[in-house]
Design a protein around this ligand. Structure first.
Ligand SMILES: Cc1cc2nc3c(=O)[nH]c(=O)nc-3n(C[C@H](O)[C@H](O)[C@H](O)COP(=O)(O)OP(=O)(O)OC[C@H]3O[C@@H](n4cnc5c(N)ncnc54)[C@H](O)[C@@H]3O)c2cc1C
Length: 413
């Protein structure tokens, strides 16, 4: 097999890169060792976070640090045995999360985020998958007046700086918007511009079908077999040997396995997370995803049921699954919304691929010709898949990039 490009990894990011390359006339083979979108892109909360201009930082207030130190919170949990190995990452992450640095990062990051809804809409329309995307925004709910008012002030400052739209809901307005939530909330921020996906796996598969309709080919293979041969890249796949003019690494949380083998020491780590689906009891409905922000979990209405997703688990990527946060969140969620029985036999787990400065790595590999990186999207890989796909494809084909790609290059580390 010969192709202009091979894209390694068929999560939301790799699929989007492949669609954009193929639609620019570059014959592209998309490779995954599994089926498409069966890993991290399968199980997220489905938020296309137009408001997510501040990537999730490491908390700096003393109270939060003490709380996290006890390892008893729902929003963050860590494996004590992993701390030594991930300490260098955490230290850098903490430094990048300092107020001024975080604000500077947000200004760079927002240039990607601002296109997330429109880039998804373009792909979803071409893929005939617009019915998977809902336009009711999502709600960040609060339990105390103090946190709510602080949240409103932050939303207002983001509105001023980034032009984001929101509705400030007091307890009554929140109850009107989501009548089946228990009256235990003090209010919420209704982010009105983000869109949400009712089945993230189905959306990714619709993009794969679009890629194939455009003439692209999806095959199974192991990225570890990638070898440089002069100006070409060779890979062994289930459909036979492949020879490609360029290779794109879009392996999400596994990217460092390949980049390390190629001689790059990139500071990557993962924040793992879990989900479980529930049937909504009786006639209860949830109109849009709700983040119970002071408890630290999200409830999202999905095609399969109500999906509860958990916050960050700091652990080694391949360590044994420990759905502790799900166990802690479930009783609290049941008191907030009438959840009936669990619909999955086991909790699903995924690993958010993270960099310490909270921005993805997008662009040319520093020391190899015709090798490109597209990974490290952390909490926003669903959100930023199509934006990344377009940006990478524009760079690879010599078009003027629609966003200045300089801040996201690998050589910043
Ligand atoms: C609980 C949870 C909730 C989340 N909620 C949201 C949300 O609401 N909004 C949002 O934007 N993001 C969310 N995220 C983050 C988002 O899901 C990820 O950022 C995104 O899925 C990453 O996509 P990816 O394509 O980079 O990686 P992946 O989807 O993991 O894709 C990588 C692919 O590489 C393949 N692969 C790995 N190794 C090899 C190999 N050796 N050879 C071949 N193939 C290989 C894998 O099989 C996989 O298919 C959430 C994540 C979690 C865990």
């Amino acid at each position: 097999m010969r192709a202009d490009a091979v894209v390694l990894g068929a999560g939301m990011v790799g699929i989007s890169v492949a669609v954009h390359l193929q639609s620019r006339g570059r014959s592209t083979v998309l490779v995954d060792r599994r089926g498409a979108a069966e890993e991290t892109s399968f199980g997220n909360a489905g938020l296309i976070q137009r408001e997510g201009v501040y990537p999730y930082g490491f908390p700096h207030d003393f109270g939060a640090l003490v709380r996290y130190g006890t390892n008893r919170t729902i929003d963050a949990y860590y494996h004590p045995s992993a701390l030594v190995e991930i300490a260098p990452f955490l230290w850098k992450y903490w430094k990048h999360s300092r107020r001024r640095r975080h604000a500077a990062i947000a200004r760079l990051y927002s240039r990607l985020i601002e296109h997330c809804v429109t880039e998804h809409d373009t792909l979803a329309a071409a893929a005939g998958a617009t019915e998977l995307i809902r336009r009711d925004g999502w709600i960040r709910a609060f339990r105390t007046n103090e946190k709510r008012d602080r949240g409103f002030a932050e939303a207002e400052s983001w509105k001023r700086e980034f032009g984001l739209a929101y509705r400030a809901l007091d307890a009554r307005a929140l109850a009107e918007a989501e009548p089946h939530l228990a009256p235990v909330l003090s209010g919420g921020i209704h982010w009105t511009e983000p869109t949400t996906v009712v089945d993230p796996n189905a959306l990714a598969l619709a993009y794969v079908r679009l890629f194939e309709r455009l003439g692209g080919r999806f095959v199974q293979g192991n990225a570890a077999t990638l070898e440089a041969d002069g100006a070409l890249w060779r890979l062994r796949t289930a459909a036979g040997p492949l020879e490609a003019g360029a290779a794109v690494v879009a392996l999400g949380p596994w990217a460092d396995v390949l980049t390390r083998a190629l001689g790059y020491a990139l500071p990557l780590a993962v924040k793992r997370g879990y989900h479980m689906h529930y049937r909504a009891a009786g006639t209860a409905t949830l109109n849009r995803p709700v983040l119970d922000s002071e408890s630290g979990y999200c409830l999202a209405p999905m095609a399969r049921g109500i999906r509860l997703t958990t916050g960050a688990e700091f652990a080694l990527r391949d360590a044994i699954r420990t759905p502790v946060q799900l166990g802690r969140a479930e009783p609290i969620a049941r008191n907030l919304f009438p959840l009936a029985e669990r619909l999955d036999t086991e909790p699903w787990m995924g690993a958010r691929p993270c960099t310490p400065d909270m921005m993805p790595i997008i662009g040319p590999a520093p020391r190899h010709a015709n090798l490109w990186f597209a990974f490290g999207h952390a909490h926003h890989g669903l959100t930023l898949g199509p934006v990344t796909g377009r940006l990478v494809a524009e760079m690879m084909t010599g078009e003027a990039p629609f966003v200045d790609p300089a801040p996201y290059r690998a050589d910043r580390f």
